[in-house]
Design a protein around this ligand. Structure first.
Ligand code: MOS
Length: 680
């Protein structure tokens, strides 16, 4: 299907959070900490208050009231302690955005700075083992005897990979518009991946009952996880609006987004793999080191995909975390699976070369019949089919097996493969289906963050009702609608779609209205391992003189249940793979070790792939019949596209150059450091 909101988006009529027209609106602009650690001695807003149009200066000098149990990231202006450089320490509210921004520049904040530590190291003395990793997985797992498995291995690798801080960078900046009505009810137009959850978080932060808060996000210009939890702009707009007694709008600048909307934790990952004489794994050991802030423990689940990928008698996974004077990391497309699979799939490639086995065959050989960590049966697993179909489409059989052999003048050529995986979950959701003017109205607080959620839910409802999609109208993006979980964890369609199917089934019985709540249904789901799988193939050209790396072909083949809509799915996979290409070659935010905070806080310096970087992406899928997922038989597709892409490209760079670059991104500088002779 074409996107239902496509026309309003391309004609500029779609209304994003900062664009709702409101009378008497004022503007807030945040003042950010210039130190990475320490105490705020004094905030002097006098000069700012004297500037034209300025209505208020908010800071810890007169902290606005929030709930006692508000989370430390959203409890704005409550503490004098500074946890990271860039933290919001004050804000100016004024009649215009320009006035607010100009006045914010003259707010004087005096600090008592402390000594900061912003550097992740695998030998950091502050490393510890968190209780669980996100969202609720065991931190460490161990099955069999890993050391014995490694000792008996005929071939083994012991390699360490690093991945940098990366930022989500959705096109629409984080923005919010807050209005209080006379009864003290709060309305926030926000950029949120879920309005039900955002409403609850804002209410909890402000100490209000949930019924007194409404969050509306009709259109969201991307999130990739950065809008998956409530960010400070929503709370700041609400506090500022209460302070000045008028509506307040705030839109973060791109630079501010780098500071306060989350990022992907950097990782250091050590992989030890052992294999017998035939290439069967004898042991897998995967340890990840990552960071969080001093405010909140955000423990990313980096090694969890290793628990589901390959059959092995001995498997150990572990996570260690250190709390630094940095902003709290947050969700970024396939958090955990993405960096974890980069390391595992790169190490598998190293093992393939060490053992003299084709990288596709090594993966096929070690495919798992049951989930390696738990022994649970898979609801469906078609990794081998993806590898085989990908190899066929890519022309893998004609591949030169030895690395560093393909040369054309200054250009070296290579190809690589990597596997993908992502969990297939769903969570409880409500929906209501009614008849309206002879058509059908579906109401659910789902979020369309650019994925096509409106469109796919329309299709799902139409299919269940047995009517044309034109007769179905889906209303979403409003917390006053029936409760829905976040557009995250690749479970939006599975969760919302389940409720929509059930509501439509009820409507068919009743004729007037169908209501659904899938809480009980989901509790009854059988205990099975549910995951999507995929295989990605990359072809690169690497210039020995300039260090330039060009991805000339990318192919992804995915097994993600029943694909609900070919057009939407293809876009999702391409989007994920493009983001994976960025991870492989470009994306990196530097930490400023001297002053704290981040360097490269804009799109001029933080590079993401543009059209010219993405010449040829092919997407295909193996349609699965899996009745153990949800009424649609679908697995999530929002995140698996980014999983494995960076490894496939890195493996292709190795195949082209004969060298392993084990820290992302693989930039021209790192190629030049290999010192190739020009021309061959
Ligand atoms: Mo996505 S990172 O699960 O919002």
């Amino acid at each position: 299907m074409n996107r239902i909101e496509g026309r309003v988006k391309v004609t500029g009529l779609a209304t994003y959070a900062a664009e709702f027209p409101v009378k008497g609106v004022t503007y807030a602009y945040a003042v950010q900490s210039r130190i990475a650690k320490g105490r705020i001695a004094r905030v002097d807003g006098g000069a700012a208050l004297a500037m034209p149009g300025v209505l208020a200066v908010l800071s810890c000098e007169e902290p606005p009231e929030v709930a006692e149990d508000a989370g430390p990231e959203l409890a704005l202006f409550q503490s004098r302690e500074v946890a990271y450089r860039g933290q919001i320490v004050a804000a100016v509210v004024a009649d215009t955005y320009e006035d607010a921004r100009a006045a914010a520049a003259v707010v004087r904040v005096e600090y008592e700075p402390g000594d900061h530590d912003v550097t992740l190291r695998a030998d950091h003395p502050g490393l510890y083992k968190p209780e669980v990793v996100n969202p609720n997985y065991p931190t460490d797992t161990e099955k069999g005897d890993v050391e014995a498995g490694l000792a008996e291995a005929v071939t083994s690798v012991d390699v360490t990979y690093t991945t940098p801080v990366e930022h989500n960078n959705p096109m629409e900046p984080h923005a919010a518009l807050a209005l209080w009505d006379e009864e003290g009810r709060l309305l926030v137009y926000d950029t949120a991946q879920g309005t039900s959850g955002s409403r609850d978080t804002i209410a909890k932060t402000l100490g209000l009952p949930s019924e007194r808060v409404r969050v509306v996000s009709r259109h969201v210009g991307g999130g990739f996880g950065a809008k998956g939890s409530t960010r400070p702009q929503a709370v700041l707009a609400a506090l500022a609006a209460r302070a000045v007694g008028r509506p307040v709008k705030i839109a973060l600048t791109r630079q501010q987004m780098f500071d306060v909307t989350g990022y992907r934790t950097p990782t250091i990952q050590r992989l030890r793999l052992g294999a017998d004489e035939r290439g069967r794994l004898t042991a897998v050991d995967h340890v990840a080191y990552e960071q969080s802030s001093t405010l909140v423990e955000f423990a990313e689940q980096t090694t969890t995909p290793t628990r589901v990928m390959y059959a092995t008698p001995a498997l150990r996974t572990a996570h260690r975390l250190v709390r630094l004077d940095v902003a709290t990391p947050s969700w970024m497309r396939a958090p955990g699976e993405c960096p974890g699979m980069y390391a595992l799939e790169s190490a598998m490639d190293e093992l393939a070369y060490a053992a003299g086995i084709d990288p596709v065959e090594l993966r096929v050989l070690n495919d798992a019949d049951t989930e390696p960590e738990t022994g649970l049966p898979f609801s469906s697993r078609n990794l081998v089919a993806c590898l085989r179909e990908g190899a066929r489409r890519f022309g893998w059989e004609h591949r030169e097996s030895a690395p560093g052999r393909i040369r054309e003048g200054d250009w070296m050529g290579g190809t690589g493969v990597a596997a993908s995986t992502y969990p297939a979950r769903r969570s409880p959701c409500q929906a209501v289906a009614t008849v309206r003017d002879g058509d059908f109205l579906i109401r659910v607080a789902a979020a369309d963050i650019g994925t096509g959620a409106r469109t796919v839910l329309t299709r799902i409802a139409a299919g269940t009702l047995g009517v044309a999609p034109e007769r179905v109208h889906v209303e979403l993006g409003d917390s006053d609608l029936p409760y829905a979980p976040v557009a995250g964890g690749s479970m939006g369609t599975a969760s919302w779609g389940s409720a929509v199917v059930r509501a439509c089934e009820e409507l068919r019985k009743d004729g007037k209205e169908g209501r659904a709540d899938t809480t009980e249904e989901i509790k009854g789901d059988a205990r099975l391992a549910r995951h999507a799988f995929g295989a990605q193939f990359a072809e690169v050209r690497v210039n020995s003189v300039t260090g330039e790396i060009r991805v000339t072909r990318l192919l992804g083949v995915f097994a993600a249940g029943h694909i609900m809509d070919a057009k939407l799915a293809r876009s999702q996979f391409i989007g994920g793979m493009t983001m994976g290409l960025g991870m492989a070659l470009m994306e990196e935010t530097f930490t400023d070790e001297e002053f704290g905070g981040f360097l490269r806080r804009d799109l001029a310096q933080y590079h993401i792939p543009a059209c010219a970087d993405v010449p040829d992406i092919e997407v295909a899928w193996v349609d699965e019949q899996d009745d153990d997922l949800n009424p649609m038989g679908s697995k999530g597709i929002g995140e698996i596209g980014i999983v494995g892409t960076a490894a496939a490209i890195g493996n292709a760079v190795h195949h082209a150059t004969g060298h392993r670059i084990r820290d992302l991104p693989i930039t021209p500088g790192k190629i030049l450091a290999l010192r190739f002779a020009p021309g061959g």
